[in-house]
Write a protein that binds this ligand. Structure first.
Ligand code: HEC
Length: 137
């Protein structure tokens, strides 16, 4: 009897947590889907579709150490980036123009996408996070 009860309790726990996860997961998937399109329109010209960058001109996003610093990426997207930087051991020094036409939500979608594709798979940056970093629009 004890055993049956505890299995039931476990099952209830499992169902509870997976239902909760899937709500968050659906939201994450939505961000990623929007992020793909936004990346292709706004970033792929320079960083390329495969995220590998372009020779010495544009640094890679795929595997970039910046992916583990979402706050920096959020700032770079909104404000651009100038001056020499090192990405994956290589030097780059060309200005990235600010992307001021992108909303906080769009930035969140792009950051979620590039992380899911090339960085920390489970890092999910939502619009509230971007609001905290850049200020609410
Ligand atoms: C006009 C070309 C151009 C566009 C468009 C552009 N970038 Fe960049 N990006 C650059 C350059 C050049 C640098 C390096 C800047 C430097 O040398 O200081 C850079 C640097 C970066 C970095 C930091 C270094 C790295 O590779 O991890 C990130 C992250 C980044 N860009 C993301 C983006 C995202 C996301 C978009 C789209 C919203 C975007 N960029 C659009 C040219 C561009």
């Amino acid at each position: 009897m004890m055993k049956r009860l505890s299995w039931a309790a476990l099952a209830a726990l499992f169902v509870g947590s997976s239902a909760c996860q899937s709500g968050e997961e659906i939201k994450r998937q939505k961000y990623i889907t929007e992020g793909i399109l936004l990346y292709q329109t706004n970033c792929a010209n320079c960083h390329q579709k495969d995220g590998k960058g372009l020779e010495a001109l544009y640094p890679p996003i795929a595997g970039s150490e910046y992916l583990s610093k979402p706050d920096s990426i959020i700032h770079i997207i909104r404000h651009g980036q100038q001056g020499p930087i090192v990405v994956n051991g290589k030097r780059y020094n060309r200005p990235m123009p600010p992307q001021t036409h992108l909303s906080n939500l769009e930035i969140a979608e792009i950051v979620s996408y590039i992380n899911a594709e090339w960085g920390q798979k489970d890092l999910f940056v939502d619009v509230k996070y971007v609001d905290r970093v850049l200020g609410k629009q």
